[in-house]
Each structure stands twice: as C-alpha cells, then as structure tokens.
Design a protein around this ligand. Structure first.
Ligand code: UDP
Length: 385
C-alpha cells in the first residue's frame, strides 16, 4: 500500500530515482516501485559470478555530458573514473576505427590523405543533389557517399532497426560525427566517465534516503495510484493506458553471453557492420573498467530484434505510424489528472543518461515549485512529440 499522501514513482531507473531523491530531500514521503528485481533500469550493472567482471546487463552505457550540474550530481553518488568510448568496427575481414575519422578513411581507401585532402576526397563522393536529407540513407549519401555508407551504415542499420535506412529519419545518424582528423572519441562531451562501482551502485545510493521506500518485484496496480498524492510514471506511456490504442513500436535486444580466458577483442565495443553477420556488436565488459584487473573475460553478442509484448523495450522506433499513435496517447495523457510521464519510456524518446537526469531534476523542481497546487502539474514537462 502507498501511505496516504505519499508520492508514487513507478520505475526505479535513473528518472524515477532522481525525482524520488529530489522530492524526499524536500521533505516528501516517496514510494518507488519497480517490477524488476533490481534498480537502475536498463543501465543496471552487476558482477558476473564466473569472471568477477562488472557487466552492463542491458548493453553498454557510457556517461557523457556537457552539463556541469548533471556531472556533479552523478559524482555525488558514485566516484567516476575517466573513460572514453572508442569503438572499433569490423567490415569484411578488416577492423576499422570509428566513428568515421581520418584513420578510417585512409584504412578503407588504402590512402595516406591529410585532413584537407580527405575532406575533398569524401566530398567528391557525396551526393550533392541531396540538399536537405530527410532519411538516414540520404543523410549518409550526402555526407559520406555510397562506399562508406554501404560498408559502415547500411548493414548495421538494417540489423539494428529491422528496416531499410531509407525508412528511418536522418536524425538517427546525426548522432554520429564524421571527422577529418585522427580523433576517435565517440563523444566530444566535456565530462565523460564510468561509475567505479557501476550504475546500479550509483542509483541505489540516489534512492538511499529515509524519505524513500523502495519495492522491487512490484508491478503497478491502479489501487496504488488511487492513494497517492501524485504519480510519476517512467514506464511505457502506452502502458499507463493498457495499450488500448495499440502498442508504440520498440526495438528490443537479445544478448548472447560467452566467456574467454584472457582478452578476446582488445576493446570494449566492436561493431559488426556487415548485413550477413547476425549480431550488431560484441561487448567485452572488462574493458569498461580498465582500472580493474581480470584474467577471465565475459562478452555479449548483441542482436537487435522486434519487440513483442513482454520483451524489454530498448529503442523507441518513432516511425510515421508510431508518431501518429504517440500523438493520440499524448492527447489522452494531457487530460489525465495527477500523473506526470517522464524518461525514455514515459516520453517515448531516445534519451542519453545525462539528459534523463537533467529532465528528472527539472521535473522534480517544477513539482516542488507548484507548492500545494499539485493538480496543476502537467502530464509532461517535455513534449514527447
Ligand atoms: N550506425 C551504423 N554503424 C555503426 C554505428 C552506428 O550504421 O557502426 C548507425 C545505426 O543506424 C545506429 C545509429 O548510427 O542506430 C546511431 O549510432 P549510435 O552508436 O548512437 O547507436 P547506439 O549506441 O545508441 O545504439
């Protein structure tokens, strides 16, 4: 039971934990429930029993942000170690540097170009007839041309999204830089790192406050909400409505675990870009914690797959049909009283961890500012549309 007047937070991932902490520190009683047996949602980490390696159970999570406040917030709850994401890619029987940079271009074309030469070389391959790329395919053809597109993006994207790159928005690829120097950092953010004890340790500490009661293995029931002063819902937006208008589309992931004596691939993440390799990438978890020393290794082959009811949702698809359905759910949500939707699932958006924390802090503060007029708290503090 939720004590009368408590705030109910559904989901003990980053969003739920941060809102819970802010409200508890302001003196509110907060109940957090999660249907899974652990906190931290999809950034959950745990020690592998066989190898002792800290595993990113739902796939790699690397913390990167330009927000000093968010960085300080995360560091308040867990010591962060320096970590830069440097991904490698396998195409055919060769290994390349990612994101596409001067080394990749020189490796791929067997050249020794300097930055301005490489820029001109790639520009000459780009399709200049595409003025304003709408699709992922057009975005790639406009900026890197057909050869690099076919090698690095086409097969990987087909596997990752289960559709053709011409059916995806350009925004998916805009997350990746194209560089004409030898910088191979995946991210360029001011603050980057890895929590020393893992994300689950960090989220557990965020939730560790006398004003917060946490119930794991606890599914949401309407009776819990009826008792609550306000509900913060970080579950799937359509889940709040019992999916009665249909399911918003997600991609799901499946991980195939294997172990190895020693070092299997020499880096944390290796993308497999060819369409005929069924997995998208292989993650060697011990390389996410280079300050630790492990003789054994545990790895995940990562397969992207369609999301069926009951699977864990990972990536919101957000294609045209999903967006139309999303608009209908958003309309309904705006008419609900006493509930605020937030986070990756609650707003049906691809969210980096730092943005998730930023939005959760803003949401909690908006609630606190609303004083006793909690009924004025909107369904969304950020529009999902
Ligand atoms: N991508 C690709 N080849 C790669 C890496 C990424 O085609 O080797 C495309 C793919 O469509 C992917 C998108 O770029 O969904 C964004 O990549 P990112 O690394 O940001 O994906 P995430 O880490 O979020 O899965």
């Amino acid at each position: 039971m939720t004590a009368k007047g408590d705030i109910l937070i559904v989901g003990a991932g980053l969003s739920g934990a941060v809102v819970a902490r802010e409200l508890a520190e302001a003196g509110h009683g907060v109940r957090v429930i999660d249907q899974r047996p652990h906190v931290a949602g999809n950034c959950h980490t745990e020690r592998d029993r066989e190898t002792g390696v800290l595993v990113h159970v739902y796939g790699p999570h690397i913390f990167h942000t330009d927000h000093a406040e968010v960085w300080d917030y995360a560091n308040r709850f867990e010591r962060f170690r320096p970590f830069k994401n440097q991904v490698k890619a396998r195409v055919g029987d060769r290994i390349y540097s990612l994101p596409i940079n001067l080394l990749t271009i020189n490796q791929f074309f067997g050249k020794a170009l300097r930055p301005d030469e490489a820029r001109a070389f790639v520009e000459a391959q780009a399709d200049h007839a595409i003025i304003d790329p709408i699709t992922l395919e057009d975005q790639a053809l406009r900026f890197v041309g057909p050869a690099l597109y076919e090698a690095f993006f086409k097969g990987y994207t087909q596997k990752q999204w289960g559709c053709e790159p011409r059916d995806l928005p350009a925004s998916v690829l805009k997350r990746l830089p194209l560089r004409f120097d030898y910088n191979d950092d995946y991210y360029t953010h001011r603050f980057q790192g890895m929590p020393e004890g893992g994300y689950t340790s960090m989220v557990s500490r965020i939730l560790n406050h006398p004003g917060i009661s946490l119930s794991l293995n606890t599914a949401f029931e309407p009776a819990l909400a009826a008792n609550a002063r306000h509900v913060f819902w970080s579950g799937a937006l359509d889940g709040w409505f019992g999916h009665d208008l249909g399911h918003l589309g997600y991609r799901s992931l499946r991980f195939e675990r294997f172990t190895h004596r020693g070092d299997w691939q020499g880096c944390a993440v290796m993308n497999y870009c060819d369409a005929d390799v069924p997995y998208t990438r292989v993650t060697e978890h011990k390389h996410f914690a280079p300050w630790e020393d492990h003789s054994d290794s545990v790895l995940y082959r990562e397969y992207a797959c369609a999301h069926r009811p009951g699977d864990i949702p990972f990536y919101p698809v957000r294609q045209v049909a999903d967006k139309a359905l999303l608009a209908r759910y958003v309309d309904r949500a705006r008419n609900e009283k006493g509930v605020t939707f937030l986070g990756r699932l609650g707003t049906y958006r691809y969210l980096d961890m730092d943005v998730t924390i930023r939005e959760a802090l803003d949401t909690a503060r908006q609630y606190l500012r609303s004083g006793t007029a909690h009924a004025d708290m909107p369904a969304f503090t950020i529009s999902p549309l």
